[in-house]
Design a binder for this molecule. Structure first.
Ligand code: TIU
Length: 221
């Protein structure tokens, strides 16, 4: 067992039953002209999460522990994009519209790909998900069962949307969830801070958070 100095208290995990879940490190959320920017967000905040997420990936790869990447994408015919998701608000471009990186949030388009710094390598699982949570309408639950995973380490964007939704889904399914603090970002710094607080409030009601250095130190001991 490995114990990480985490909040609200120590996070202990069995490395043979743990997977890294990297949420939606896609060009559409991080680069100009993608979904995040068309919604009116300041995408510059996303940059901070790239190097820590890449480092976390390296740690898992060095240990040979399983890595799962997710992408928020929709079918080309939008059959898995509810009209309520596409039609709301007044974005510059809607899901499925053509932007500078291809059709916004559509499977197979350049913008839907994971950024080079965090790109999957051979043997890693990539899950396309139509929702904010990675369990809804995907095989994530079956894949984790196959791995025998009981603990999940999380990274990715955005903290309060897809990361938090997926952590909540995982927590309800009985997984113990640790979010690495520097390896996640929001377009709204106050939302990131509030999300970290609400995850670990009430005795870890959703899970744990820890700095990357604490995780690295724990696995290298
Ligand atoms: N808009 C926003 O903050 N996030 C998303 O739409 N998706 C994810 O968080 N991946």
């Amino acid at each position: 067992m490995i114990t990480v100095d985490a909040s609200p208290f120590e996070f202990t995990f069995d490395p043979a039953a743990t997977a890294l879940v990297v949420i939606d490190m896609q060009r559409d959320f991080i680069e100009p002209g993608g979904f995040g920017e068309t919604l009116g967000n300041d995408i510059s905040h996303m940059q901070r999460a790239i190097a820590p997420t890449a480092m976390l990936l390296r740690l898992f790869r060095e240990e040979g522990w399983p890595v799962i990447h997710t992408r928020e994408t929709h079918a080309q015919d939008l059959s898995n994009c509810p009209p309520a998701k596409r039609d709301r608000g007044s974005p510059a471009l809607r899901i499925g519209d053509i932007g500078p990186m291809g059709r916004i949030l559509i499977q197979g388009e350049p913008g839907a790909e994971i950024i080079a710094e965090c790109a999957p390598v051979a043997g890693e699982t990539v899950i396309d998900k139509p929702g904010k949570g990675a369990f809804y309408a995907t095989e994530l639950g079956i894949i984790l069962e196959g791995l025998g995973a009981r603990s999940l380490v999380f990274a990715g964007v955005t903290t309060e949307v897809c990361v938090q939704t997926t952590m909540r889904e995982a927590n309800d399914r009985g997984f113990e969830c640790l979010l690495i603090e520097e390896a996640t970002e929001s377009y709204f710094p106050a939302f990131k801070a509030a999300t970290l607080d609400m995850i670990r409030a009430q005795g870890g009601i959703v899970g744990w958070t820890a700095p990357l250095a604490s995780f690295e130190k724990a696995i290298q001991q």
